[in-house]
Design a protein around this ligand. Structure first.
Ligand SMILES: Cc1cc2nc3c(=O)[nH]c(=O)nc-3n(C[C@H](O)[C@H](O)[C@H](O)COP(=O)(O)OP(=O)(O)OC[C@H]3O[C@@H](n4cnc5c(N)ncnc54)[C@H](O)[C@@H]3O)c2cc1C
Length: 473
């Protein structure tokens, strides 16, 4: 803990909150601490929190926050623990981690169809409960193990986001414990500035205990498309990527369609999900614009079937399990997308590199649609104008220098080709190595966020390496 407080004072304070409750907390030095308590997702990013606490009520959280304040340590909430840089475990050593695993409340208001959901839920559980209580649904990403707490608070983008917006666009109200230990409600009419900040950068502003979220009826019919090209060389798929990118960047593209283009060692995969019937899919004109021959096929599904299909496909290239990996990411405005010649160069560059692993993937993910409908400054989420994201993964045991050079080299290539920075980085794909992380994540919303931070958390209690810092006053 370096120059921090004596661990025992912090420990005594937290143990006082725990009382005689078993399984409430563990401290650095516990022999099973990393495996059973910290549970880092990225095993290439070591982190040692001072304490991990599993509170049962908002009042517990309030008291733990007071302990952290008294002892001058930082605090991070942890929901699903799927941060790329283990920010849910503090992201750097010495934090108090508030693990939300016990916050599993769920109820549905059948008049408004708004669901109240505890912040410890994983996305897969949210889907099952929404389905069971009225056949309802919301937009979110594809990994069922990701936590709602860390996902709905930074964005939350998935195949249905072009149709319904990001996960955070579904938030109507939250309960949150703030840096002074107070349990508050935040919504469009209560603590509005805090509510604005929580929808995009909550990690720096408090611990959300529950969300009230709007929901939609589940789509009845879903068409899932998949096309695999196993040509071994990326140069062979560059023209397919150009074609796919042109389709995804078309402002008139049917919003019921979401799609990914995935480069992997043997070639590429194009996946697509259309929320409508096969007849509607054919009528949309999309099939004609997508590769149709070769190894392409369609699967007709219902809502839960489509989510399981997405999760299964995702698990082929990105496991929900902890592993050592390096990742980079960038979000593109329409005008930053690479032209065909630059795409060809980039794909040739990939072929020419040593990778140091067979487990590498580069995913291009379409955005836009309903995400773009919301104004840039309506929430803290600053990527309304982005129509495409890329993210790369190099996995290894350990991650070698060769793999790191490949992943960072690819990023440099993209940045150089996209030209000087109108792009940014999605805060769901955090990267400690980024210069000026906060500017990349929150762009034009950053100055307002810094002011709100100075009001609600002037001592920067809620902190990770990339969270919003308070404006100097
Ligand atoms: C396998 C995998 C697949 C993914 N797929 C997608 C995808 O399809 N779409 C997408 O948009 N993103 C995706 N992501 C990124 C994911 O959305 C983010 O990493 C997200 O922040 C993880 O949330 P978590 O709760 O699981 O993580 P955690 O590590 O628990 O938390 C991440 C951050 O959120 C904060 N936080 C967590 N809970 C709370 C809370 N209750 N109150 C306040 N702050 C909180 C933490 O303090 C931390 O800073 C994926 C990540 C992985 C690892």
């Amino acid at each position: 803990m370096g120059q921090g407080p004596s661990t025992s004072a912090l420990q005594q304070c937290i143990e006082g909150v725990a009382g005689n409750r078993a399984g409430f907390t563990a401290f650095a030095g516990n022999p099973l601490y990393q495996i059973q308590w910290v549970k880092p997702y990225n095993l290439d990013v070591p982190v040692e929190p001072a304490a991990v606490v599993r509170p049962q009520t908002a009042q517990d959280i309030s008291e733990i926050i007071k302990c952290a304040n008294l002892n001058g340590v930082k605090v991070q909430a942890k929901s699903g623990g799927h941060s790329y840089q283990n920010y849910g475990a503090g992201g750097s050593d010495g934090a108090v981690v508030i693990d939300m695993v016990n916050f599993q409340k769920f109820s549905m208001d059948t008049k408004t169809w708004q669901a109240t959901i505890g912040a410890g839920h994983r996305l897969g559980e949210v889907d099952k409960k929404l389905h069971a209580q009225g056949g309802r649904a919301m937009a979110h990403g594809v990994c069922p193990g990701v936590g709602l707490g860390g996902h709905a608070t930074i964005g939350g983008l998935g195949p249905m986001s072009r149709m319904w917006g990001s996960c955070l666009d579904h938030i109507v109200e939250v309960e949150v414990v703030t840096a002074d230990g107070k349990i508050q409600r935040a919504s469009a009419t209560q603590n509005e500035d805090l509510f604005w900040a929580l929808r995009g950068s909550a990690a720096g502003f408090g611990v959300i205990t529950e969300f009230v979220m709007k929901t939609h009826p589940e789509p009845a019919n879903i068409v899932q498309y998949e096309y695999t090209i196993k040509l071994g060389k990326q140069a062979h798929v560059a023209s397919l990527y150009s074609k796919w990118q042109a389709l995804m960047a078309d402002p008139k593209l049917d919003r019921r369609f979401g799609s990914m283009f995935i480069m992997f060692p043997l070639g590429a995969i194009i996946t697509g999900t259309f929320y409508g019937s096969q007849q509607e899919f054919l009528k949309s004109g999309i099939p004609n614009a997508l590769p149709q021959d070769g190894n392409g096929h369609l699967v007709l599904n219902d809502w839960l079937g489509s989510l399981a299909h997405d999760a299964e496909k995702e698990a082929l290239y990105l496991s929900g399990l902890a592993m050592p990996f390096i990742s980079r990411s960038l979000a593109f405005k329409r005008q930053d997308l690479l032209g065909p010649e630059k795409i060809k160069d980039l794909f040739n560059w990939v072929d020419a590199q040593k990778k140091g692993t067979l487990l590498w993937f580069i995913i291009f993910d379409a955005a836009g649609g309903a995400i773009e409908d919301v104004a840039q400054n309506a929430t803290a989420f600053a990527h309304r104008d982005k129509v495409m994201y890329y993210q790369s993964y190099g996995i290894g045991l350990p991650v070698t220098k060769t793999t790191k050079d490949f992943i960072t080299g690819f990023h440099d290539q993209v940045v150089q080709k996209a030209g000087p920075g109108t792009w940014g980085t999605y805060p769901g794909y955090v990267n400690k190595a980024l210069v000026d992380q906060q500017k990349q994540y929150w762009d034009s919303n950053l100055p307002a966020l810094e002011q709100i931070k100075a009001k609600w958390d002037p001592k920067d209690l809620f902190h990770n390496p990339g969270s919003v810092r308070p404006a100097k006053r």
